[in-house]
Ligand binder design. Structure first.
Ligand code: GDG
Length: 486
């Protein structure tokens, strides 16, 4: 029932996807992704509700429903709001701005107005669902105004926010015409979480510079609100290590990995990239390095092949259309020049795959290339590690990912802008002695295994509870006061 839920998650998307059944009816299937996995146990335990967009455009959303043990509350987005709030302000303004302006952000007032309006709608829905004193956890850059809007409606709530993408240095953030409103929106939360310590610091600095607020040691003091303190800290997200580890050990997945290698002509070395087709992921830089290694004759097409999975993404946003063209022209050129009848240099796959196939690909690859130009975390890097129960394989990892903070010691670190350095790292990975690769992979697996997504969710919620004590008091206090008033 509305008003009953002790934990409310607010995210742009619901944790389920709509499926059309053969008889024309609609059902809901859990969407792949770590967030759902991480939150499912707490959602069930705490009597949770999840507020999010169900996908699709229209003025009406489906009625709230239960799926996978979670109450789902769909939010409608009109056709125009999909264009202006989602494709526009979220993915055409904030996404490039927060990723070091790799492409130019668009600043359009109509996009901003739609962003404000849609954030209000999410905040209102969360306010209606949350029980007295409940915890509300708002996710990601599409909803940065929700914490403040929610606090205005429901000062009794404990409010947490987690930003999945980087928070940029103030010198870049300062471009945003609505920077003060965004800061104020986020400061409605009790705890604002980021992937890296550097993101939390950038945020605290933006509070000082844009809004003149005292911020020290990750605490921002709001004198205008009676000295209320907002905490900013890092909580690096992770994956469901155990589930992927188990999946990759299944006999059918291992057999599929071997089959993939056979089908690719049994190359001596298999390199792999898996990314959403996004300009932040450095796909073109990776292709350039591989092309030059083939051009230079340092790598032979009979010896090494690159499989690049580029999952379709944001296909109506202009820069993504351009990127797809650039990647496809580049792959065509590399293959035209270097492939032979027996061997293809680059296998480019513009599809999305099931979990089993993903695990088999990870298991088949000798070298995993993660060359993002900027990335909040990069879960692909951690998934590769979780899949390698055989302790083989080498991870080449960009220093501009959040994952680099944790895995930098054992992965081969690269600056993807330095093509010569990237080529050297790829060659080093291809030639790494198995003992060294094994030692590195063991250490990587220990790190990711100990810091899985369940631990991430628990540590965020624990920090939130500590920073903003339950306004209803502890269970014992509540019981005592109920007794006293009886
Ligand atoms: C954002 C931040 C941060 C990809 N293709 C397929 C597929 N995937 C899955 C991967 C992985 C996920 O999508 C991608 O996660 P990443 O972390 O690599 O990147 P973003 O999508 O940009 O995610 C990022 C993340 O949020 C979490 O906070 O790490 O920095 O940008 O799990 O496996 N999954 C399936 N088929 C595919 O074809 N099943």
């Amino acid at each position: 029932m509305p008003g009953d839920y002790d934990l409310v998650v607010v995210a742009n998307r619901l944790p389920v996807d709509r499926v059309e059944e053969p008889d024309g009816s609609t059902s809901w299937r859990r969407s792949p992704g770590g967030l759902v996995t991480a939150l499912e146990p707490v959602m069930k335990r705490e009597d949770g509700a999840w507020v999010g967009w169900a996908g699709g455009a229209g003025d009406e959303a489906p009625e709230p429903f239960d799926a996978e043990g979670v109450r789902c509350v769909p939010i409608p987005l009109s056709e125009e709001e999909v264009e202006e709030y989602y494709e526009g302000f979220s993915n055409g303004t904030l996404w490039p701005l927060y990723h070091d302006v790799i492409v130019a952000p668009g600043y359009h007032r109509s996009w901003w107005e739609a962003y404000v309006r849609v954030n209000e709608r999410f905040a209102e829905a969360a306010a209606v669902q949350a029980a007295q004193g409940a915890t509300v956890w708002v996710q990601d850059y599409q909803l940065q105004l929700v914490p403040r809007m929610l606090r205005q409606r429901r000062p009794d709530l404990q409010i947490g926010f987690f930003n999945h993408i980087p928070f940029p240095p103030f010198e870049i953030f300062a471009q945003l015409p609505w920077r003060k409103a965004i800061i104020d929106g986020l400061l409605g939360a009790d705890l604002v979480g980021f992937q890296r310590a550097a993101d939390a610091n950038n945020f605290a600095r933006a509070c000082r510079r844009a809004s003149n607020l005292p911020a020290r040691a990750g605490r921002i003091r709001l004198d205008a609100e009676g000295g209320r303190e907002v905490r900013a800290a890092s909580f690096p997200i992770s994956i469901d290590f155990r589930a992927l580890d188990e999946l990759a050990q299944r006999e059918d997945v291992k057999a599929r990995a071997a089959e993939i290698r056979r089908d690719l002509g049994d190359p001596e070395h298999l390199l792999l990239g898996i990314d959403r087709l996004d300009y932040t992921k450095g796909i073109l830089h990776r292709l350039k390095a591989f092309e030059e290694l083939l051009d230079d004759g340092r790598v032979d097409v009979a010896e090494a092949s690159l499989v690049q999975v580029a999952t379709p993404s944001r296909e109506r946003v202009e820069q993504y259309v351009q990127l797809r063209q650039d990647v496809e022209v580049t792959v065509g050129r590399i293959n035209g020049t270097h492939s032979t009848i027996a061997h293809t240099a680059v296998h480019y796959l513009h599809h999305s795959y099931g979990r089993e196939e993903m695990a088999a690909l990870y298991l088949a690859a000798d070298v995993m290339l993660v060359t993002a130009l900027r990335d909040g975390m990069n879960l692909v890097a951690k998934e590769y590690v979780a899949s390698r129960h055989d302790e083989r394989g080498v991870l080449v990892l960009s220093e501009f990912t959040g994952a680099a903070d944790e895995l930098g010691g054992q992965a081969l670190m690269v600056n993807p802008h330095d093509i010569d350095g990237l080529k050297d790292a790829v060659l080093r990975a291809l030639r790494m002695p198995p003992r060294e690769a094994g030692r590195r992979m063991r250490a990587l697996r220990r790190r990711v295994g100990d810091h899985d997504v369940q631990r991430w969710a628990a540590s965020f919620l624990e920090a939130l509870a500590q920073h903003a004590p339950d306004p209803r008091g502890t269970a014992a206090e509540v019981a005592a006061s109920a007794e006293a008033s009886a």
